[in-house]
Each structure stands twice: as C-alpha cells, then as structure tokens.
Design a protein around this ligand. Sequence first.
Ligand code: WT7
Length: 652
Amino acid sequence: MAPMSEGNQQSIEALSAEHRMFPPPAEFAANALTNDRTLFDEAAADHEGFWARQASELVEWSRPWDTVLEWDLPYSKWFLGGQLNVSANCLDRHVAAGNGDKIAIHWEGEPGDSRDITYAEMLDEVSKFANVLTGLGVEKGDRVMVYMPMIPEAAVAMLACARIGAPHSVVFGGFSAQSLADRIDDADAKVVITADGGHRRGSVFPLKPAADEAVEKTSTIEHVVVVKRGGNEVDMVDGRDHWYHELMNGASADCPPVPHDSEDLLFLLYTSGTTGKPKGIMHTMGGYLTHTTYTHKYVFDLHPETDVFWCTADVGWITGHSYIVYGPMSNGCTQVMYEGVPNYPENDRFWEIVAKYGVTKFYTAPTAIRTFMKWGAEEPAKHDLSSLQLLGTVGEPINPEAWMWYHEHIGGGRCPIVDTWWQTETGGIMISPLPGVTTTKPGSATHPLPGVVAELVDDDANHVETGGGYLTLTKPWPGMLRGIWGDPQRYIDTYWGRFDDRYFAGDGAKIDDDGYLWVLGRVDDVMNVSGHRISTAEVESALVSHPSVAEAAVVGATDATTGQAVMAYVILRSGAADVTPEELRTHVAGEIGAIAKPKAIFITPDLPKTRSGKIMRRLLRDVAEGRNLGDTTTLADASVVDELQRRANEAP
Ligand code: WT7
C-alpha cells in the first residue's frame, strides 16, 4: 500500500486555505425533515436500534426480522429472518396507497422524445416483465445481465429481477463486448437484457452487436431480450433472441410479489480493484433497501409529494442503482431520467431539462460541474432554475472552486450542497451533510451520516485526530457489501487486510481542526476518471494484450476536468510492427470501453524500475504531471527517467 501520495499532500495544503462556511439557509432548515441533532444522538446511543427503526419505518416487510444484526467480522447480516419484496416496496405499496397515478419517471430521450410513466404503469410493466423472465426459465437465484441505454426499460428490467429474486448484474452500456463477456462468465449468467442501441451525442450507439459478441464468447447465456430503441439494424438469433415488445405483448400483468429473505442476493455490480479482474460486489435485499431509502430521504431532504428528483448518473453504476432505481422508487418520488449527454443538442441541455420538469433536487458529479464551468455561466442563465432547492455531488472530490460555481450559478446561492462520499461497496451514501443540519464547507463531505461510524487512522492504525490519514469504517452498516462473488478470500484481503477489524476501501482523507472530513482520493492503484473507477492493472493488461506491446505501466495523473486522466507508458516488442499511440488507445477502448482510453500513451524503450524490478509508478505520475522528480537513486537505471521526461515534454 502506497503512503499518502504527493498529489494528496498537495491537496491537503490547498484545502487548508478553505475557510468559507455555509450554514443551512433558515427557510430550508425550517422546512427540512430534520434540522437538529436528534438522528445523530439516536444513532450514537444505539447503532442497531437506530437502523432497526429506519428499516421498520421506511421499508415494508412481509415478515418481521428476528435479529437486527449478526456481525461475524468481516461479514454482516441485517434483519435476519425478515422477508420482503424489494420491487413491491418500490411499486406496489405506492399504488396501494393511492399514488398509482403519480409520475414515477419523467423520461427524456436524447433526440427530444419523452415519456411520463406513472407508478401504476411501472408496476404493470415490471409485473409483465417478471412473468416474461420466468417464462424464459429464469428462477430465483439465477443471474441476469442488463446491458442497456438509459431508458425506462433498464429500471423495469432491474425491478423485475428483484421481484422474482433473480440477481441482476448491470453492465454500463459504454463497456466493451469483452468486458460484458468477462462479467457474464464470472457471474455464470443465464440471460442478457439489452437494446438494439441507444442515443448518444446525436447518433445511435449499437449495443446488440456487442451483446452478440459477448454471448458468443461465453457459454452460459440461454436467452437475449432486446428492447427496440436505437432503430439500428440487428441480427436476431432464432430461439435465443427475443424482442422485448413481442414478449411483453403476450405477458400477464398479474405477478404477485413473493417474499424473499432479507439476506437474499439482490444484485451483483462489478467494479474495478487493484488487479486486472473486476470484482462482483454483492448486495442483498433488506439491508441495501433500508440504507438507500434512508439516505435518499434524509440526504436529499425528500418531500415526495412535491419533489422532482434528478440524478444524472447512468444505471450502469452504483449511483444509478441506489439513487435512480432503488432509493427514489422506494421513497415513491417523481424523478427525471435522461438518456443522453449534457451537450446535445447544445451545452444547456441539462438546464433545459431542469426547467422543463421543475427539478427540485439535482445530483451530479464534480467532473460534470467542471465541464459546465468551462462552457460558461451563460448556459444555465438561459433557463429558469428557480425550482432547484438542493444540489448534490458524488464520485470524486469536489474542488472548492467548482463547489462555489455550482452554488452560485446552478443553486442561485440559495441551495444547500450535499457532497456525498460513498462507494459501490458501501451501497449507499456514508459521509455527507444533512442539508437542514450541517454547516458546509466547499470541498468537504463534512461528517458521517447518523448510523455511520468512520475513523481516520495512520499507517499503524492509530487514531488521527486532525491531519491526513486513511478513511476507515468501524461499524457495520446495512448497505455494506456482503462479499465478492466467487472470491471470498479477495473480499477479506481487499477490505479487511490493511487494518485489523476495520473496513478500508482505499481512500485517503484529512480531518481539519473543526472535525470536518475532506476526502482526498484513492491511495491504491485505482484511478478515478470523471468519477469512474478504473484500475491501472486492467488498462495495463488491455495494453499488453495487443500483439505489439511487450510491457505497459499505467498511472492516473491529475487532470483539471476529469479529476484524473489515464496515462500509459508502453514498451513495444522488438521486431513488432510499428503501432501508433492512437491505435493502442482504440485497442484499450475495444478491450474495456471508451472510458478507459488513455489520454496519452508514451512509447518508451524502458520503464523506471527499482533494483528489485518494481515499476516506480510515483515517478511515472510525476513525469505525467510535469513535476520535478525527487530522489531517483533507488532506480536501476536513472537515465530511463531522463528519456521519459524528454518524450513527455515533446508530446503534444
Ligand atoms: C470511490 C468510489 C459512490 C458512487 C460513485 C463512485 C470516490 C466517491 C466521493 C466524494 C471524494 C469520492 C472515492 C471512492 N468518491 N464519492 N464525495 N468525495 N471522493 O463509486 O465507482 O465505487 O468509486 O469514488 O475515491 O472510493 P465507485
């Protein structure tokens, strides 16, 4: 494990200069669900009792639990003996309460088409599709892949799986056929739900051909269900492939929600770790739903009667799972779902959507905010954004300048900002302001939520009162991962190996004199590019899978817009055909997906290594970030670095 990197040290100093404070606006606090310390005090006094109250108040159970928590370190189980149906919590109970006509999703297609879907319609669609899946032979426990654009059918597919207890595994539509194939293999999945294609940046991106390629590379898929969206030409394999609309035509909408055990698997979601192989993060039903419903309610101060919530994430990431599908729908609120990019047809598309639907709570990533800053304040100024009441950010540290811009130009100076820290593994938000309670500081995620216990520690696991340290979690929480699919040892090694008896998933943080937490970023070999997690090892193995590449080293270099950028150093095989960096970038996109494409690739005769043969990533990061190189005396051959620097300086 690397010590706090130099980049982190620099940001500690920069952030120490940040002293602005923003107490909750009085009017907001007066109407907030919570505006005092009650929840904090309750959770501190009785951790389990606090979560049990949330579970019973916010979630509907078919059978009450016998045991709130079984904590067999490092495994937690919540609400044991309890039974529920997650899709019934997200749909049936709202319809039963008389809210069937309420809009669940204002869906906005990129080309400008739109659909409003009510809770009753959603329930109908999910029930039918659950019956369709059962008809295709999907049984409880079978894994189902979802590889879709941002269309309502993605949420329908997930909720239908949840209804019948078949864990879904959503793969972001931007991932390659190879990535999908790897995940199908690892999960031993039976069915793929996809679409012909989706709309992105003004054109149709095909998904079905990639799904075909993945299914051909693997051996477990029996059926492929295809939603028509892109209108692009696709091949349908007889007996294996089915059009969604055709299956749905004959399906019954009668599908009573069967109760599932609290600890039954709800989904797998693959995320990058420090090795080349993505991890299938396991989330179960009762705890995950409790955590996402609770955090969505209190962090966004949800008033479901009046709120229009919009989370701009893709359902392919955990943010989309927790704050598009499960949290918002369990809370029965109206939300916006948008298919495309923020700059189609013009740079003001998001603000047009906010005004069109009267969005009240808006949740996006710092990368997006920095991009909006580049496009200029005149873009949001073209629209009436006065409906907005609260803004959120997630995915990476937000720099104070971006926070202030968001506050001023999107929030009109009146909206509290919640900077929410969490991970695929935590299932839901962990560290964040409560908007009616917490005085915020631009760039700080502030404090753990009620029910979450975090501690900063140094290299030797000593408590850090102020200053930099490793961010650890010391008590179990309901949304915590239940393990890594098929690899229990990796679960233990990854999260519980660095410190005894505490969860550590790789972030460095600082705590200031006022006790505020500032999450600084990963301290392991995981990059964060535009809020997406990419492993250096994964990109390296994609590069060396190219026939001309002998060796590759990848680092994340600080980038003003994307947070980090992927930088690659490549040694070509002797006698290999000449290959350009552009060809290698395309190769990486083909292996993993466009999000992993290196920003720059430097072809080099050698890599800086220690005398024991370890690649010195710190030096490579320094070169990529144009920093002065420190001590290179441990290098086997110091001239390698001079050469690298020369090449980096020559690069465009
Ligand atoms: C990593 C988790 C959580 C959903 C999106 C990403 C970074 C996340 C923050 C934040 C600073 C953040 C961390 C974390 N991160 N939120 N508010 N401030 N860093 O989920 O792909 O599992 O990545 O994202 O480094 O470990 P993920």
